[in-house]
Ligand binder design. Structure first.
Ligand code: DHB
Length: 391
């Protein structure tokens, strides 16, 4: 089969790209290893930047994000026995939307289906070939067991942090940047009412905790843990004890309920540069990973896609891969600013296993500075709600 753009990966990045390309009259086929159901059952982050919300609404994906999401105009920074609200709307005139990534995926998958998009879930044996030629190919076996070959002008790797497309770029043609962290997050879902009207980013001597939400009756919470932690060792009682002692240190109490999901989330920072090679281009987690603090992963992927759709339109129209280089340069500006923000939020709020008393007091000094300085909290507000524009 001949198509203009073959997209490997049908998560939010791949689906949004296919949606935007279709609006510009560019044909694409999306192939995805997982089934729709598997993706829908994976819990991911829940905060959208204002621009991410606008992109979904303004390009006609869905306005469910406005109807079913919750507008949050600030966050609580809890530390040192108290809590300080960072007022996004007051500081930078922006807000965020609490709306889970899973719902963003559902809206995009529905929109592609509604608009007649070609999206193949549950495929196997995906192989990318002929990247050095003018007609790269993607081979795959569909869910019914039938083999296919897509011949395309361009191939997009939107296939997540364990990207198979990324691995196709020869070592001599790319640079990789890594950072590991000596902790992870223990994430839970609990059937309980919200404990607070806004998210609480909680620094405490026993480690970081984040109190987030999903709906009026379902809450999402995380606490810093050892990367080797086994969820089987954690009863509901033990989890509540850990969470309540951490937020209790800063005066919060939690509304508790049955814990319906528990998992350990790894922490990593990663970038591969450039974000293109010949007629292959990488987008979202395939090109970069951020640690979860600050919820930038999905937002950064959507920002990549917005720029990539523009540049791919040009590349397809000219039959020339040069605009992919422009995409990489434009996208990497935001990628590195976001890498910094995610690293900064992470290291400011977590307890480092080898921290000296100096390190701990300095960290408290930094949080106090943020809470007492308009300049400091404005920086956080601006980065958290998202830098504007397709830069
Ligand atoms: C959520 C996750 C985050 O990493 C974050 O910074 C805020 C919220 C969440 O899943 O709700």
């Amino acid at each position: 089969t001949r198509t203009q753009v073959a997209v490997v990966g049908g998560g939010p990045a791949g689906l949004l790209l296919s949606h935007l390309l279709a609006r510009a009259g560019v044909a694409s086929v999306v192939v995805e290893l997982r089934s729709r159901r598997e993706i829908e059952e994976t819990h991911r982050a829940g905060i959208l930047e204002q621009d991410s919300v606008d992109l979904l609404v303004d390009t006609g994906v869905s306005d469910r994000v406005l109807r079913d999401g919750y507008r949050h105009e600030g966050i609580e920074l809890a530390f040192g026995g108290g809590s300080h609200r960072v007022d996004f709307t007051g500081l930078v005139g922006a807000a965020t939307q609490l709306y889970p990534q899973t719902d963003v995926f559902v809206d995009l998958a529905d929109a592609r289906e509604r608009d007649g998009g070609d999206v193949r879930f549950g495929v196997t044996d995906v192989a990318v070939e002929g990247l050095g030629t003018d007609a790269p190919r993607v081979r795959f076996t569909d869910a019914a067991g039938e083999e296919h070959e897509l011949v395309a002008d361009f191939v997009v790797g939107a296939d997540g942090s364990r990207s198979l497309c990324r691995a196709q770029v020869p070592q001599a043609a790319r640079r990789q940047y890594f950072r590991e962290y000596p902790f992870a997050w223990f994430g839970i879902l609990t059937e309980a009412p919200p404990s607070a009207p806004e998210l609480i980013y909680n620094h405490s001597p026993r480690g970081f905790a984040l109190i987030s939400s999903r709906t009026e009756s379902l809450q999402r919470m995380y606490f810093q843990c050892d990367p080797g932690e086994d969820v089987a060792d954690w009863s509901d009682d033990r989890i509540w004890e850990e969470l309540t002692s951490r937020v209790g240190a800063n005066g919060y109490t939690l509304r508790q309920g049955p814990i319906t999901s528990r998992s350990v989330l790894p922490f990593r920072s990663f970038v591969q540069e450039p974000m293109h090679h010949g007629r292959l281009v990488l987008v979202g987690d395939a090109a970069h990973t951020v640690p979860p603090t600050g919820a930038k992963g999905l937002n950064l992927a959507l920002a990549d896609v917005r720029v990539l759709a523009e540049e791919l339109e040009r590349a397809v129209a000219k039959g020339d891969p040069a605009p992919l280089e422009t995409y990489s340069e434009r996208a990497l500006g935001r990628v590195w600013r976001t890498q910094h923000f995610s690293y900064w939020m992470t290291t400011m709020l977590h307890t480092l296993p080898d921290a000296t008393p100096f390190d701990v007091r300095r960290q408290e000094g930094e949080l106090a500075l943020l809470a007492s300085s308009v300049a400091g909290s404005t920086y956080l507000a601006e980065a958290y709600t998202g830098w504007p524009g397709a830069r």
